[in-house]
Design a protein around this ligand. Structure first.
Ligand SMILES: [Zn+2]
Length: 464
């Protein structure tokens, strides 16, 4: 898609289309705006009875500017974590944070924090996302939650609103993780699940993570200084695009994330017997690939057996020796299961193993599987979920509770503090691609909900 198509400035009323009560009010405002073009969104919206605090125009402008860093000819961006492109983008975003009056610091993992003081000695309300992308990614993943967080601060400043809790905007480093093969790197270090063991990892050109941290003006020897001490955070919030089709297809405006699904992966080896494909009769074969193919379908059957949003995938199959005239004697394949409930994953796996054993018998092969990855689900805090739900309702927006099938930084930090996530719709459910798009109205809606959630949490958490 041509970037200029969506970079076109929209009417200052673009963020009303979801919320306007009556055509009359809308037209009235349009007339008013034509007469008084300097009237801001916030002021104009106030008269509609559904006052918006955030400035949708300013947010869109900043997102469009950010999209220039690493822009690809086909649209979207390539802005890998730990790259010159990301460094330039970080400079731009740090500038925005300073403009918003935030006190900026960078931790030893390269995470950027911008602090706004509170009026009481309380733990910090932390919110933000990431600005790195996958190769040939889109312009909304991570950036909406990052610049949305800065917009929340700008809106608080505009309204002269103070909070009791200190507020911090965070831009996490290398969330996507194709560079160095570690997802949620910055937040993982902050949460204490990653440490110095990752420093010697090399990238394709032979640079280590330690080398890159030095380029980001950090001392790798102090990496663990980036760990956030327990008790210093009141809560962690992240606004993000859904990256799936549910909100878009059901026309729901705000997703209240129940948690980030857990994930378990196994590597399986099916061992049969490699033999001549011309001379071995069909009833005398031990075809490892035929068995693995049945296993793949068994995974799908089991995952589909019960209602729910659990998913299961066999991502590849490596058959050996891999010749057209040899019966495959050995096949390697992974099984990946994801769900919000770790017990569901275990139950499905038990059933899958029974099916594998049955196939082994039928095909004369032996299949063995070993766990290679086990990430527990990260559940959202129920009270933070209700704060988000109320914030959305007070803005006149529809909500749906939903799990996140993708990994997010907030999930890592949920080990340290109550966590909540706000999702906005992704057009056609497309993400990690140049076609990734969220309507500007939806981006503004999510940011307004973030604004209101922060203020609600500020009141509520102190009252506890
Ligand atoms: Zn993301």
């Amino acid at each position: 898609m041509n970037m200029s198509q969506w970079l076109r400035p929209r009417s200052i009323f673009s963020n009303f289309s979801n919320t306007s009560r009556t055509i009359a009010v809308w037209v009235g405002l349009a007339v008013l705006a034509a007469a008084f073009p300097w009237v801001s969104d916030t002021q104009a919206a106030a008269s509609s009875g559904e006052s918006r605090h955030i400035n949708a125009q300013r947010l869109q402008g900043n997102l469009e500017k950010l999209s220039e860093f690493g822009r690809n000819p086909e649209g979207g961006v390539t802005r890998l974590g730990f790259s010159q492109t990301e460094m330039d983008a970080r400079t731009y975003v740090t500038g925005l944070m300073k403009e918003a009056g935030l006190e900026v610091r960078v931790d030893a993992a390269g995470n950027i924090f911008g602090r706004r003081a509170g009026t009481a000695p309380l733990p910090t309300l932390l919110f933000g996302s990431h600005i790195d992308s996958v190769p040939h990614g889109g312009n909304f993943d991570g950036t909406v939650g990052s610049l949305g967080a800065i917009e929340v601060i700008r809106a608080l400043n505009d309204g002269h609103v103070t909070t009791q809790h200190p507020l911090e905007v965070v831009i996490w480093t290398n969330e996507e993780g194709p560079h160095f093969g570690i997802s949620a790197l910055g937040s993982g270090v902050a949460a204490g699940v990653l440490g110095p063991e990752i420093l010697d990892r090399k990238d394709d050109v032979g640079l280590t993570l330690a080398d890159w941290l030095r380029r980001y003006e950090q001392d790798p020897a102090h990496l663990t200084d980036a760990r956030i001490p327990r008790g210093t955070l009141a809560a962690i919030l992240e606004l993000h695009i859904e990256q799936g089709p549910q909100l878009y297809e059901t026309k729901v405006q705000i997703g209240v994330v129940q948690g980030i699904v857990g994930l378990k992966r196994w590597k399986c080896i099916a061992t049969g017997f490699a033999n001549h494909a011309g001379t071995t009769p069909m009833n005398r074969r031990k075809d490892a690939l035929a068995a693995a193919a049945k296993d793949l379908l068994a995974v799908r059957d089991v995952v589909r057996e019960e209602p729910g949003r659990q998913v299961g995938t066999v991502g590849y199959m490596k058959a050996e020796p891999g010749a057209p005239n040899v019966i495959p004697g050995r096949v390697e394949f992974p099984v990946e299961l994801r769900d919000l409930d770790a017990a569901t994953i275990e139950r499905m796996w038990e059933h899958i193993q029974q099916r594998f054993a049955q196939t082994d018998k039928e095909e004369g092969v032996e299949t063995r599987c070993a766990v290679i990855n086990d990430i527990a689900p990260a559940l959202s805090d129920p009270s933070v979920q209700s704060v988000i739900r109320e914030a959305a309702r007070s803005t006149g927006l529809s909500t749906a509770d939903m799990p996140s099938g993708a990994v997010h930084d907030a999930g890592e930090i949920s080990r340290l503090a109550p966590m909540g996530m706000i999702f906005v719709p992704s057009r056609d459910g497309i993400s990690h691609a140049p076609q990734e798009f969220s309507a500007w109205d939806d981006v503004a809606n999510g940011t307004e909900v973030l604004y209101r959630s922060i203020l609600k949490l500020d009141k509520q958490m102190n009252a506890r």
